[in-house]
Design a protein around this ligand. Structure first.
Ligand code: IMP
Ligand code: MG
Length: 179
């Protein structure tokens, strides 16, 4: 598996440190609020669980699943809700946890979709941001790292459902998805 990685961008140690920084900022900002952390499956699972563990204010946890990439490396632009929230978010302060914001299509759709539910606030935290490929503007409140326009895997992020279990973030060798 590691042979398919061209370059390690963020080691496990670097990721852990940054996630703790984000969690302490979030804990400050959400003091006294009605926080619901919403992880977007499956890419955000590792990030979301590390983040939640380090959030020190009271919060609920929920998940959504949306379709974005199939087994190719390009988004179709079509977003489908595969799993919706379990609970009402009316009056609550929602923090969406995403693995990577690329074109922005998925999140801008999701924001529009959730806006009708009368949450008190909806913000986004993403581990990675790839601004070079943005097509739809989305306001991201917290970002772990900016990444170059390359195909990224690891720490929850996949290529064709593989590589999610790598403990670091790396760039996939192009020959892996070009063959
Ligand atoms: P967007 O709608 O183009 O912003 O796509 C967001 C989703 O596409 C992310 O949640 C990821 O699941 C996936 N994605 C975007 N870039 C990459 C990448 O470099 N590697 C793996 N998945 C990616
Ligand atoms: Mg995703």
């Amino acid at each position: 598996m590691k042979d398919d990685i061209q370059e390690i961008l963020f080691s496990e140690e670097v990721l852990t440190k940054r996630v703790k920084e984000l969690a302490s900022k979030i804990s400050e900002d959400y003091k006294g609020k009605d926080l619901v952390v919403v992880g977007i499956l499956k890419g955000s699972v590792i990030f979301a669980s590390e983040l939640i563990k380090n959030i020190s204010v009271k919060c609920e946890i929920d998940f959504m699943a949306v379709s974005s990439y199939g087994s190719s490396t390009e988004t179709s632009g079509v977003v489908r809700i595969l799993k919706d929230l379990d609970h009402s978010i009316e009056g609550k302060d929602i923090l969406i946890v995403e693995d990577i914001v690329d074109t922005g299509v998925t999140l801008s759709y999701l924001l529009k979709y959730l806006k009708a539910r009368r949450a008190n606030s909806i913000k986004i935290v993403t581990l990675l941001n790839k601004p070079a490929r943005r097509k739809a503007e989305v306001e991201v409140k917290y970002t772990g790292f900016e990444v170059p326009d390359a195909f990224i895997v690891g720490y929850g992020i996949d290529y064709a459902e593989n590589y999610r279990n790598l403990p670091f973030i790396g760039v996939l060798k192009p020959e892996v998805y070009e063959k």
